[in-house]
Design a binder for this molecule. Structure first.
Ligand SMILES: *Cc1c(COP(=O)(O)O)cnc(C)c1O
Length: 470
């Protein structure tokens, strides 16, 4: 096999092989043990080799990787994977992502990939309509909500310092007016990380207390804002990563406006509630914010990775992100250069699977997806909560459920690890306000009532066994 000429047959040979392996992987997915069953030792033993001096057959290399996949991966796309907040992949989303790989586009600038630019421009508009956010907002497709939070907060940093007469892109933060950043006690860790990347540091975060569900207390926010002088950025949340709870966004929006502060909302999965008729009231007032971060790889069920940064002031967004260099052929017209909206320079056309998925599902398809996941979460909570000794710790307002067993941390931990080992479903644990809890997140498009019921049965079987052994 030669490695120095464009050989269509070799593409076909490799892709057919990958297609067959992927098909087998997906066919087994709904039945297989949901957790990963191989650890570092086994996988190193299977994969490690000296760097080959002369190279090996491509198909054999693909076979080697594929052989480890059923046990070396978690079945994240399984309808009974409830860990963290992780969606699966719609068939059309996966297929569109494959095409993106085949095209091998650097989707950073329009001149390289007019198709990627057009698809992302349209997908961006569709998302603004779906979430009912200001249609003139800037939108960037990034790797995940971490980078969406970063991008939005970079735009916020620009916006609040511009108002204070400071050009942060040129001058940096040395000598700049101090920017105060306010977040709730329950903000996601990626807000802290964004603070680090932006040069604010985590110590600069002012924390506002939250209530039993993890919602920011607006009265406390008002008090904190009254103590602050100068530029202020407030970070609120739509969808707490443990409880799914929404901060009282209308009240927070009104308070931040009164204070002339920038309001950013981390809506990694909660922003999708805006797509549902029955759930959108939970996010009431979210449109008062100045920026919104969300994920497509969670609830829209596109493959990893894809997050979305949305900023009301497209000007602030663009100024914070744009790159200008003499050799770049950037467009002066309507064409979209993705580099203007994201931290990445060269980048994958990750908006294309979003375009394909939204076009395939339509507005009612996305609404049904969100409603279905929340319905399964409520059913699981009700069925688990009916068992003596089992307590649901949160109000199940979205797709997240916190479960405590025997009112005991050790029993709860034993149930979590027992369920992981049993394999019908996979979920993880957390600590909620000092109490150990099992965490269930229903984010997969394909989770059926039967999947929910089978998973509840498995969880209760493990719980009864743990209780009996005590
Ligand atoms: C998952 C999550 C994030 C981080 O998103 P990534 O896609 O993992 O970068 C941020 N905030 C919340 C609330 C989340 O649930």
């Amino acid at each position: 096999m030669s490695h120095d000429r464009f050989d269509v047959d070799e593409f076909t040979r490799c892709l057919d092989r990958a297609h067959a392996h992927a098909g087998a992987y997906l066919r087994a997915l709904p039945q297989r043990h949901v957790g990963a069953q191989l650890g570092r030792e086994e996988l190193m033993a299977a994969l490690r080799a000296p760097l080959p001096a002369h190279g090996e057959d491509a198909a054999a290399v693909l076979d080697l990787l594929a052989a480890q996949a059923p046990q070396g991966t978690s079945a994240c796309a399984s309808p009974r994977y409830f860990g963290f907040v992780i969606g699966g992949s719609y068939p059309v989303a996966l297929a569109a992502d494959w095409m993106v790989s085949a095209w091998d586009q650097n989707a950073g600038i329009h001149v390289i990939s007019p198709l990627a630019a057009a698809a992302e421009e349209i997908a961006a508009q569709w998302l603004l309509e779906l979430f009912d956010l200001p249609r003139e907002s800037g939108v960037g497709f990034v790797t995940g909500c971490q980078m969406a939070n970063f991008t939005c907060l970079a735009a916020a940093r620009h916006g609040v310092l511009r108002q204070a007469g400071w050009d942060v892109e040129t001058e940096g933060l040395y000598g700049a007016p101090r920017v105060h950043v306010v977040a709730s006690a329950e903000s996601h860790i990626t807000i802290d990380v964004a603070m680090r990347y932006l040069g604010f540091g985590t110590r600069a975060l002012h924390r506002v207390e939250s209530d039993a569900q993890g919602r920011m207390l607006p009265g406390r926010l008002r008090e904190v804002l009254e103590t602050l002088e100068g530029p202020v950025i407030v970070c609120a949340q739509a969808g707490n990563v443990n409880t799914g709870a929404f901060d009282p966004l209308r009240e927070i929006g009104e308070i931040t406006r009164t204070h002339g502060a920038w309001l950013h909302v981390d809506g990694a999965f909660g922003l999708w509630a805006r797509a549902s008729e029955s759930l959108r009231a939970a996010a009431d007032g979210i449109e008062l914010a100045d920026s919104w971060a969300t994920d497509a790889h969670k609830w829209l069920n596109v493959p990893y990775d894809c997050g979305v940064a949305i900023v009301r002031s497209a000007q602030d967004h663009r100024t914070a992100m744009t790159s200008v260099a003499a050799y770049l052929i950037q467009t002066g017209g309507l064409e979209r250069d993705a580099v203007d909206w994201v931290p990445e320079f060269s980048r994958r056309a990750r908006g294309v699977p979003v375009y394909a998925t939204l076009r395939t599902l339509g507005r009612d398809g996305v609404a049904a997806l969100v409603d279905r996941c929340c319905d399964r979460a409520r059913r699981m909570a009700a069925a688990l909560g009916a068992e003596p000794g089992v307590r649901i710790l949160n109000d199940v307002v979205l797709n997240q459920v916190l479960v405590r067993f025997g009112d005991d941390d050790d029993i709860t931990r034993a149930v979590v690890s027992g369920v992981q080992a049993e394999g019908t479903c996979w979920l993880s644990g957390t600590t909620w306000h000092g109490l150990g809890a099992m965490r269930i997140s229903v984010s997969n498009w394909a989770t059926s009532e039967d999947d929910a019921a089978r998973s509840v049965d498995a969880i209760l079987r493990v719980y009864r066994a743990v209780r009996a052994a005590k």
